[in-house]
Design a protein around this ligand. Sequence first.
Ligand SMILES: [Zn+2]
Length: 104
Amino acid sequence: MPRPVCVNCQCEFRREKDDTGVVQMADSKPYSLWGGDLWKCPGCEAEIVIVFGKVSITKHQPEFEAAIKAHQRPGERIVYVYEGAADEGSKQNEISRPIYDLTI
Ligand SMILES: [Zn+2]
């Protein structure tokens, strides 16, 4: 099975963890929660999340933030994806993150 390759290191990424929570943002607000596999480059430690399910775990609803917290196990982080952020420079850094953004 072909695996992702780090262009900088010319190493194959290695699968680190399954079911990593990924929150798709829309208009700077959380919209949907997905689970994906976290892969890491053994050379430069770059990380990517790939292999998502066909449907989201949940979409925005009154209990959405609780669903995100329930998906996040101790020591695990949630990744936030800002649509079009790469096209707009580092916009994601200008947006204040929720307090449950990263737990290490
Ligand atoms: Zn690398």
